[in-house]
Design a binder for this molecule. Sequence first.
Ligand SMILES: *Cc1c(COP(=O)(O)O)cnc(C)c1O
Length: 469
Amino acid sequence: MTHELGIRRSHALRAAVGQELVSPGRPVVGLLDIEGVTRSVAALKAAFATPGVAVTHTFAVKAASLVPVLALLGEYGLGAEVASPGELALALAAGIPADRIVLDSPAKTTAELREALALGIAVNADNPQELARIDALRAERPSSAAPVGLRVNPQVGAGSIGAMSTATATSKFGVALRDPGAEEWVLRAYRERPWMDRLHTHTGSQGVPTKLMAAGVRAAYELAERVNAAAGRRQITVLDIGGGLPVNFDSDETSPSFAEYADLLRAEVPGLFDGRYGLVTEFGRSLLAKNGTVLARVEYAKSAGGRPIAVTHAGAQVATRTVFVPDAWPLRVLALDAEGREKDGEPVVQDVAGPCCFAGDLVARARPLPLLAPGDHVALLDTGAYYFSTHFAYNSLPRPAVHGYTVGPGGEVAFSPVRAAQTQAELLAESGAGLPPLTAPPLPAPPQGQGRGQEADRHSGQEFDHDRR
Ligand SMILES: *Cc1c(COP(=O)(O)O)cnc(C)c1O
């Protein structure tokens, strides 16, 4: 039985080809299932809804840094988790109110902190030095109403992907809670700052099991209880439990679901939901991944060493992690015909390559798929987060266009623009075109007499002869 998500996607893939959103001149495009996004948001909200508990769901902007998407999420009441001045600008451009924005970056500059405090954006300090900067800034502006928290690393351990594991013993994020003296420092930091009213942890992302995430949340909750006990009052009023729900990249089902994770938290950390704390979440990948698809044309179909290779226009520029760390980030790939319909030929083991000029630019290796031919298409599934929205500028390939889609009851597809493709002019400007050439002293003249130049010529000549043998 095909999942509704898959049915909407097949309609959209055919329509995107039919309406020439993808074409020889625009050989790769990102597609976003708007109804799917709506359903993901509804599932998130339903999972955490608890009478008497104020929950603010922020969306981790890095997972889909696209203003129309942020604006849609904002319409549904979501906020934004930002980690750079650019991400903050996107959230504000999307109309997300400041009181629904959280700033979490390990390298916030003083200027960024000043702006956040002035706008009333919640800041989670990463370390004691940052907290000292916040102290100084608050002294400049004692009226600041911006909530301030501290990020802690509960050091509960790693998941299956090292680069995504934020709660290892030596993770770069937050105050490492189990280090000698750390908890004493945290208790003192709150005692000395009665205005500090939040505590933050983000225990993992893709590859971290939910049990481990819950253990991290539990450690943060228990710390908040100790801070409040030491303060003799409810000083910490909001727990920011981060995001990081892993995504299954192997089917259209969503597993684990937001409901499963929220139920696990209710079982493991019941005090989180008893109304004494407000909650902030920061999910990214799990809200968007399943709702996005990369659609690309097959330019050539060749063979090397007996292996068929489809050379497509979707590679490292839109599937960076899959290309560079294929075992951690496998993607489902659909083989589509020239009209964008799923091909149904006998599966043939083949590579699906991208357009980048390095040998490893493959989105699938030795994958059994109906044999692809020039003019066919491929779809990379579950790429709504961190893929087409997080373009990698290798080979000066342009950022592809992104289109949202809705599918009517008769299968009719309506597209709306989410991001225009990067133009050649933008690409040139980004690469410094129009700036004056670098000025530099002339190359030194070659030495007089029996020159090195002659020697080098002789040498390279020998090498050439050698190569010819
Ligand atoms: C990246 C990040 C998130 C979102 O992580 P996902 O795995 O995309 O859900 C949330 N909070 C912080 C602090 C992050 O760095």
